[in-house]
Design a protein around this ligand. Sequence first.
Ligand code: C2O
Ligand code: CU
Ligand code: CU
Length: 493
Amino acid sequence: MIQRRTVLKTGAALTGAIGSAGLLVPAMADTAPAQAADLDPTTIPQFEQAMPLPKVLQPSSVSSTTSYYRITMKEADAQILPGRLTRVRTFNGSFPGPLIKAVSGRRVVVQQTNQLSVPTSVHLHGAHVPESSDGAPMDLVAAGGGTKTYTYPNSQPHANMWFHDHAHHYESETVYRGLTGFYLLTDTVEQKLNLPTGAYDVPIALSDARFDDSGQLVYAMGDRMRRVLLANGKPWPYFQVAARKYRLRLYNTSNMRFYTLKLSDGSAMQQIGSDGGLLEKPVEVTSVPLSPGERADLVVDFSRYPAGTRLILENTAARYPDDPAEQIGKVLQFRVGAPVADSSTVPATLRTLPALGTATVNRSFELSMDESGASADSFINGKAYDMDRVDTEVEYGATEIWTVRNTNTRVPHNFHMHLVQFRVLERGGKPVTSGPESGLKDTVSLMPGETVKLQATFTGYEGTYVYHCHMFDHAAMGMMANFRVTKTPSARR
Ligand code: C2O
Ligand code: CU
Ligand code: CU
């Protein structure tokens, strides 16, 4: 691990630089209008490029217990806009990010080498891992050739995970510039179901971007001008499907953008899972809300459409009042082809969730930031993130209820915890007993004024982990805190 002092210095230097450039602005502050050098998003053709699929990473070696991977974080030129190249930050040069396929009970070890010009920390979002492999905000892999080996025990049920940069003060820009990857963990519970697999099981990462007129990404904190929506790294692509069932695993990898996804004919999809894998039962949904970091696992049966049908996956959530509907309202187009044989099924019961257990500790957390734009600080319970402060001491093995409230009146937030998958007990005082939020979750949305009640059991590893708003700009501005899980009460403050 890098010396904390070194980190402090680089962190402070970076904050200073951003502050003096006037770029560190809260989300609601007015951002300057598009500069002349911006690429006009309306000039980007829609539904003309095919949506790529993530490249599946192959292990460099395998043993009876473990698959070993080697990944290099580096810059690459990706063809995002038709006929041009854009400089991006990648794992192994892949844009969209690559995909690791893992199986519960079998370890994955990833040796990461950082050839970028900024420090990184690789966090596996949704994973139950030791602190040393969590990719904590200060556990950095040095720029310009640093390496770190992450060990993922996969001692947890199947889940739709992803990995991304988490280096404090850098993550917002680095994730925006592409440093994300998919990590699908499966197990026998999931495998014995007859869900769509192979080419019919498609991970899709949704993000937003702003380009300049030379085709390069423009980054600013709190930017409201990211008006180009990318699905697996292409703006408004089309996806050719056969007329049969598909499993679509949607990931919101955007820094700040919330989506509400719908099919343009208004028809229903089956939501079968969320962050922490499958729901107990499939749910019919016509709209799918997805806050930054969240995942939705859907089955769409395209056999109900005649060959030649074109269908749009729409987004009905405008993030900002001036979001243009022609750009922000559309995500991708499905082009339905001929029917093909389909023996997959979506059973009425998908899994049994672990018993909730009895909570013995109740805590409350308030998320807040200055909505006037006067200050760039963001808080949890009135405090901005301090890497040396433990905010919440948790006894190993405890089951706790965390009540989390967004005290802002205009700005949405969300809430993500490392180490655990939690359950959403209540939203806005109403019990969550069925529906898309009734499964295992690690990230939950909080619209202005909203309150959720979460329950988690802190077992498996002792150590210090973070919880934070997953709008990366808010986390970078301080809406993040540490919890520490320990067995020995004397170690707790
Ligand atoms: Cu997806 Cu702490 O992060
Ligand atoms: Cu995480
Ligand atoms: Cu937030």
